[in-house]
Design a binder for this molecule. Structure first.
Ligand code: KG4
Ligand code: ZN
Length: 334
């Protein structure tokens, strides 16, 4: 089954064709990040306008690379939420129009579930699993029992992990998006810095996260002017990684599933990947993470998630629109 996946929830206009939720036939991504960088972050109105310009070229390129005509498709999957409303509206409207024109079913996909399905592009998903989704808008820990069966265990109470890195990058005068910039600068440290930033711990029973204190701490370090920016970037990355791995470990001690899945833009981070892999080495668990290019927003993960939602009978009604906010918990029945 060939599904066209469309992603427009933030600043990437992405389209891809994926067969049976696993085999990528094509994947195109047009990003407005360079334009957004001028504003130091994503401006929703700018994102929506850029999607409107880029959506047709992105979809046409995805079909061309896959050597397919629209009539060769079996379905269209689109990120229905959560995300920026105007940005989502472009993708959802396009998907519905294509669905009507080609008589194709349209499947609305949850953005966080789509991130998890980036793992399905590597190997079939194995259940039960813990899922850690770390992006620019979300930090969510969930118990993943099966396709369409997910229970949220913890979330950030304030900023997302990626947001903390983006804000830190801004304070350090680095570009947008901040995560890769912080990672690059942190890699330039010569020896392990002694500088540490505070890791919020929300109590032994909590599986939630809190990253807003990092912004204040980074701000203070930058203001003092005595610290090497690379050391600050390293300490910021370190604090985010510790918070994520500690909470993941706490959840695993409680549920002990045989698999852990990592997903979302921040899971492209090398130190996080290494830390989670090292943690897994001392536990009876197999960790799965998508290759870095499938961690950040893309159309292939949307097409893969769409395939599994299609199997479960989900179809988008013609009068459905973007859903934001949309709790991940709601993708599970009951
Ligand atoms: O999943 P994503 O592409 O979009 C959202 O759904 O938010 O995630 C974007 C986030 C941004 O905060 C970006 O700074 C972060 O992922 N990010 C990284 C890396 N690449 C992207 N953070 C750390 N290290 C990276 N290599
Ligand atoms: Zn995302």
């Amino acid at each position: 089954m060939r599904i066209l996946g469309i992603e427009t929830s933030c600043d990437d206009t992405a389209a891809a064709v994926v067969e049976d939720g696993a085999r990528v036939l094509s994947a195109e991504r047009l990003s407005s990040a360079a334009l957004q960088a001028r504003f130091g972050g994503v401006v929703p109105e700018v994102a929506a306008r850029e999607h409107a310009v880029a959506i047709l070229p992105a979809v046409m390129a995805a079909l061309e690379t896959a050597e397919l005509a629209p009539s060769d498709l079996d379905a269209v999957a689109v990120t229905q939420g959560p995300g920026l409303l105007g940005a989502l509206l472009v993708g959802v409207s396009f998907a519905k129009a294509l669905g009507v024109a080609q008589n194709l079913p349209v499947i609305g996909v949850h953005h966080l579930e789509a991130h998890l399905y980036a793992n399905s592009l590597v190997a079939p998903i194995q259940f039960p699993a813990l899922a850690l989704i770390v992006s620019g808008g979300h930090t969510t820990l969930a118990y993943w029992r099966g396709h369409g069966d997910i229970q949220v265990l913890g979330e950030t109470r304030d900023d997302a992990a990626g947001e903390a890195l983006d804000k830190g990058a801004r304070l350090l005068g680095l570009g947008y998006p901040g995560g890769p910039a912080v990672e690059q600068l942190a890699q330039t440290v010569h020896s392990t810095p002694t500088l540490r930033l505070p890791v919020a711990r929300l109590g032994r029973d909590s599986l939630d996260f809190s990253f807003s204190g990092l912004k204040t701490a980074t701000e203070e370090m930058v203001r003092q002017g005595t610290y090497d920016p690379a050391d600050i970037a390293w300490a910021l990355e370190e604090a985010v990684v510790i918070a994520l791995v500690e909470t993941l470990d706490r959840a695993w001690q409680r549920y002990s599933p045989p698999h852990v899945y990592l997903a979302g833009g921040v899971s492209a981070n090398r130190r996080l990947r290494e830390a989670v892999a090292a943690w897994a080495g001392s536990h009876e668990v197999t960790v799965h993470m998508p290759p870095p290019h499938w961690c950040t927003d893309n159309g292939a993960m949307v097409a893969a998630a769409g395939y599994f939602r299609y199997q479960q009978g989900h179809r988008m009604a013609f009068d459905d629109g973007p859903k934001t906010p949309w709790a991940l918990q709601e993708v599970s029945p009951g």
